[in-house]
Design a protein around this ligand. Structure first.
Ligand code: FAD
Ligand code: DLZ
Ligand code: SF4
Length: 508
């Protein structure tokens, strides 16, 4: 009997598990653009356009390869509006009772598939280098889950940058050579132009008509939309920006959103590139003498280290992870995350760029928008929904542990050993944002004092009981305690005043 083969928008790999297990001569592939997936958070229009275009092109490739594909467009009159609805409708059309599905990257959709009245085989998503079982085995019995040890195991397992059982160059981690601030005069070639053709044009019109109010600029559309394009983007990175990736990984520069970043997260997460192939390309560049070890090791660590570690945490922690709120933060996400005016130039730069490009690099996410939300005590569930909505590479399995865990410390320290908070000094060191800001980064109190400076101490005093015993934070509390008492009171009062004005909707 015919079986349905579900391929989701972020499962666009020809060797995905469900396709490997299916028979093109008998089974029907089901792909569907559905309102439920497009609207469970208000996704950025560029993100929706990227996924729908890539899905349509992938469906064509499957047909060319001999598959029968039942593809539902968003504006199809018969569209039931959800993945389970489309599976039931197609099951009736084709007289099918069984579904082969690769396990989705989100608990919500896993639960939905388990509830439909068809026999659903949920196959492991084996596009990753570390299975759930392997991660569980690694995590079992450890007091704390730390990236560095996991990463070393992944280096040994993949053999990447290894000489026998030793790391190439003698060190596992070259971060010491990284973290330079960028300067405006460095030459950088932006990612290659989008090449979507007629399929992209149709999708852009569709997205424009159906999601007119979503935060984000649709045109000009900037991403690649198929494997060939994703490979072009990878080539571009390996040739032009990998050599300086490491050194300038943490830098932020006004008007230069991509710097030396790869801008491939969306292609990896949609299935257009595989983690091992991108790492092998980077390793080959090192072996050919085209990129230095600090850049190549740093890049490979992000992929086989962080990306796999974060996914392991998502599935280890379970479906309630996105509701964690260890610091009991309850403030509403301020309107300036959705583009309302703010006088904080660093936030305005990161949000404007996010609106225009559905992209911001890691340090903008972690140390600007994430840092502010944590310092200001914003409800982590709202922060999580924002990150899940606004970035083209956002899928819950990777976004949630980065936001709830790494950025907001809402999981109480599962991902991060200490909160990623900083005063304005860090942003000033790594960017050129402060020079043209309304606020003064060097001012700790008084008119125009940088809000990050005020909120930093407000956060630390609010959570003193939790953090003062952390050896990596003890010195910070000693510095605070040495400060003159009147000054401390002034800092806290001004921080509170800032938070109150923000809550009243005043422009801050
Ligand atoms: P580069 O900086 O060039 O890095 C190369 C690749 O390494 C990335 O494409 C990505 O696949 C991987 N990588 C790097 N850091 C991480 C990380 N912390 N976790 C997982 N993979 C990593 N990444 C996503 O893919 N999807 C998300 O939804 C997402 N949400 C985030 C939310 C917050 C609050 C933070 C702090 C980080 C988030 N990240 C997310 C991680 C990281 O910011 C992005 O992977 C990166 O910015 C994507 O841009 P790039 O491709 O230019 O990456
Ligand atoms: C993100 C997304 C969007 C916007 N739309 C669709 C869609 O219409 N059809 C689909 O199959 N997938 C879509 N996706 C990706 C899914 O939301 C994703 O597969 C799950 O969240 C699991 O990661
Ligand atoms: Fe951001 Fe403060 Fe610098 Fe302004 S002065 S850009 S608010 S860190």
């Amino acid at each position: 009997m015919v079986r349905l083969v579900l391929v989701l928008g972020d499962q666009l790999s020809h060797d995905i598990h469900a396709l490997r297990k299916a028979d093109p001569a008998r089974d029907v592939v089901v792909m569907a653009e559905v309102a439920e997936e497009a609207a469970y958070v208000p996704h950025h229009p560029k993100k929706i356009a990227f996924l729908f275009t890539a899905m349509r092109k992938f469906a064509s490739e499957l047909r060319e390869a001999g598959w029968q594909v039942a593809y539902t467009t968003l504006d199809d009159a018969e569209n039931t509006g959800s993945i389970p609805g489309e599976l039931l409708r197609r099951a009736e059309d084709h007289g099918a009772r069984e579904v082969l599905a690769t396990k989705p990257g989100e608990w919500r959709l896993i639960a939905a598939l388990q509830e439909i009245p068809l026999k659903v085989a949920l196959l492991a998503d084996d596009r990753f280098l570390c299975s759930h079982a392997a991660f569980q085995a690694w995590a079992k019995g450890r007091k704390a889950l730390r990236l560095e040890y996991f990463y070393r195991e992944m280096r040994r397992k993949t053999g990447l940058l290894m000489e026998d059982d030793k790391p190439v160059g003698g060190k596992w981690n070259y971060d010491h050579d990284n973290r330079k601030p960028a300067t405006a005069d460095l030459f950088r070639k932006g990612p290659p132009e989008a090449q979507g053709g007629a399929v992209l044009d149709d999708v852009l019109d569709l997205v424009e008509a159906h999601f007119p109010d979503n935060f984000g600029t649709l045109r000009p559309f900037t991403f690649q939309t198929d494997r060939a394009g994703a490979l072009r983007a990878l080539d571009h990175f390996i040739t032009h920006t990998l050599p300086d990736f490491g050194a300038y990984q943490d830098a932020m520069l006004q008007g230069d959103p991509y710097l030396y970043h790869a801008v491939i997260g969306l292609y990896l997460n949609a299935g257009l590139l595989s983690p091992l192939e991108v790492c092998k390309r980077a390793e080959a560049a090192y072996q050919a003498g085209a990129a230095p070890i600090n850049s190549v090791e740093g890049f490979i660590r992000q992929i086989i280290g962080w990306r796999e570690f974060i996914r392991g945490i998502y599935f280890l922690e379970g479906p309630d992870y996105t509701r964690c709120n260890a610091l009991n933060h309850q403030r509403k996400l301020p309107a300036f995350y959705w583009g309302a005016e703010t006088r904080m130039n660093c936030i305005a730069q990161a949000v404007d760029q996010t609106r225009d490009l559905a992209y911001a690099h890691h340090i903008q996410r972690l140390m600007v928008t994430g840092n502010f939300a944590l310092l200001a005590g914003i409800n982590p569930a709202q922060v999580h929904e924002w990150y899940l909505a606004v970035y083209a590479d956002a899928c819950e399995w990777v976004e949630a542990p980065n936001t709830i865990g790494m950025s907001q410390f809402a999981d109480g320290g599962v991902v991060a050993s200490k909160p990623y908070v900083s005063s304005g000094a860090y942003i000033d060191r790594m960017s050129d944002y402060c020079a043209s800001c309304h606020y003064r980064v060097k001012k700790k109190t008084g008119a125009k004092a940088c809000p990050f400076n005020l909120l930093y101490w407000h956060f630390l005093t609010r959570h003193r009981d939790r953090f003062q015993g952390n050896p990596r934070m003890a010195q910070i509390y000693r510095n605070w305690d040495r400060m003159d008492q009147t000054r401390r009171k002034q800092v806290l009062a001004e921080a509170q005043d800032f938070l109150d004005r923000m809550a009243r909707g005043e422009t801050v």
